[in-house]
Design a protein around this ligand. Structure first.
Ligand SMILES: [Ca+2]
Length: 225
């Protein structure tokens, strides 16, 4: 009897539908006084942030299938943000993988040969443009490994304050009234930007589904490394 009961319980668990994955992808800022999207009151205003993602995968807690997504080009400043919905593969997730890539035929033309393109203005109004072709594999996991989080209302956030926090735009060379960080301009500043890609990437609980942080200091449920 107890064996049968256990069997039934196991079958029930296997057949139970998993929560739908509802994942939004957007730029966030954990210090909007320093860096914000389309703001005139901050030191750095980002007008556009594009990223090409080759890998976007959620890793479940326990022995379940991973939830992967097809490669996608994302305008991180779009409102409403990109929403990726998919059948869930597990009750909860414990981490993920994110990898930008630089492709030849992106759906966003500006991303040709680039993985990331960010445009904005410095505090003094000087426009800047950051074009990166780096392709890191970012691994995301909670501060305490194994801490589960829900993917039914999850935000993959790229924190502009962290990403741009080590870039000294005031020290960058200005050419024709424009600052360019790419493979041949301001390469030290570009390297400082690229060194922060992993730590700028995080999963946040987004139970209200607005693709934005509740507050600047909302802690991630999983951090990029
Ligand atoms: Ca939210």
């Amino acid at each position: 009897m107890s064996v049968l009961a256990a069997g039934c319980g196991s079958d029930e668990a296997d057949n139970a539908p998993h929560p739908t994955v509802a994942l939004r992808v957007a730029a966030v800022s954990t210090d909007s006084d320093s860096v914000a999207v389309s703001s005139s009151g901050t030191a750095i205003s980002v007008e556009r942030a594009l990223v090409a993602l080759e890998i976007l995968t959620l890793v479940p807690c326990g022995d379940y299938d991973r939830r992967g997504f097809e490669p996608v080009n994302v305008d991180l400043t779009a409102r409403p943000p990109l929403e990726l919905d998919a059948p869930g593969t597990a009750p909860t997730y414990c981490g993920g993988y994110v990898a930008p890539y630089a492709g030849e035929t992106p759906t966003l033309a500006e991303l040709e040969g680039r993985s990331v393109l960010i445009e904005g203005t410095r505090a003094d109004g000087t426009p800047f443009r950051i074009a990166s072709a780096e392709t890191p594999l970012v691994t995301l996991f909670p501060e305490t490994a194994g801490t589960p989080f829900s993917a039914h209302g999850l935000l993959l956030g790229f924190d502009l304050a962290t990403w741009l926090g080590a870039v000294d735009l005031d020290a960058a060379a200005v050419e024709d009234g424009q600052i360019t960080l790419d493979a041949s301009h301001n390469t030290d500043e570009l390297a400082a930007f690229e060194a922060r890609t992993a730590s700028a990437t995080a999963f946040y609980a987004d139970t209200d589904g607005d693709g934005a942080l509740t507050r600047d200091d909302q802690a991630p449920v999983a951090f990029g490394h």
